[in-house]
Design a protein around this ligand. Sequence first.
Ligand code: ATP
Ligand code: MG
Length: 388
Amino acid sequence: MERVLSVSIGEIALKGLNRKYFEDKLISRIKRAMGNLEYNRVYNEQGKLYIEAPEDSFEEIINRLKKVFGLVYISPCIRLEKDMYWIEKASIKVMEEKLLKDPVKTFKVVTNRVDKSFPEKSPEISKKIGAAILRNVEGLSVDVHNPDTYVYIDIKQNCYIYTERIQGYGGLPVGTSGKGLLLLSGGIDSSVAGFLMAKRGVEISGVHFHSYPFTSERAEEKVKNLAKTLSIYTGRIKLYSVNILEIQKELNAKCPEKEMTILSRRFMMRIAEKIAIENNIDVLITGESLGQVASQTVEGLTVTNNAVDKLVIRPLIGFDKVKIINIAKEIETYETSILPYDDCCTLFLPKHPVTKPKIEDIENSEKNIDIDRLVEEAIATMKIHYIE
Ligand code: ATP
Ligand code: MG
């Protein structure tokens, strides 16, 4: 009998012919998350992944793996040979260990017989093992409808027995849904947007716009810190840092004040799109949410969107702020995002921004602006940081 960790992969199991591809990605993400921790191997056995590692590092491994997307739950298991005598012994042991941590009163045995050549059928196994636990462990009874704990028995090439299912985030392994460029401000929303898309398998790069020296170096640090927290989930983030001060000055000098925000947003989109094209990134991601601020009305979003051809994903579009904040707290970006440093959007902020911009008006205002040159110049002077 040995101790191993099992990893349930949920949705990936539905991927049919691509399954191997998804599993391999997940294995590489798991290995990366384990980093410097000692482990022997990660292997696949009939629908789940298993990790052989020293038992005293299980806790740390579990903590790290909980943040790996594509993983539904993790279970510390006993692995043993498929033999009813030993299955009984191990099940009793697993139950006794459960009781040390958690004073449960009722249980149910659930057997999953993947290896159909095993002579006894699942219900018989569950029944026999349930009876053995009742005989050997005091103070328990069986409850098949609403037990305090389950004892899971998976019969495969080996047999695995466990009681815990420690939840992960689910989703898909990062890198299986292409590449996205996240417009990362210092605010609450954009990090959450990046987290959600990474959870759907998108590999994340970031672009941040600033107006240095009008915005401070601390504001830039703040964004790097957000990217750092995000990278716990997404893996290394390439962060493009673009100064748009010249663009803002030009817009301020030549365009109506009330259009400043929407015009800057269009520039951000254009620059992001160009970076994406040059770096083979498939999609842009923003933290926009319908109705949140003046520029995020249907009309505002239409005009912003109109500046680019690439697909723009807005995962928060229908989320209320409270919900976004809850996610930000959970992923631990919240405290950093509420630090009160200046954002480039606050420079030349219009007192009464247009809430229903018309594309004709906006394009008309842009007539006096050399868009291509400004975009080129901003990109020529951008800096790149690698965050992990
Ligand atoms: P956040 O809380 O993420 O800052 P917000 O509610 O403040 O979002 P806006 O400032 O209107 O909303 O920005 C909407 C989206 O535009 C942001 O979620 C982000 O994706 C992008 N964005 C805004 N400012 C910047 C910036 N300085 N750098 C990069 N992206 C930005
Ligand atoms: Mg913002």
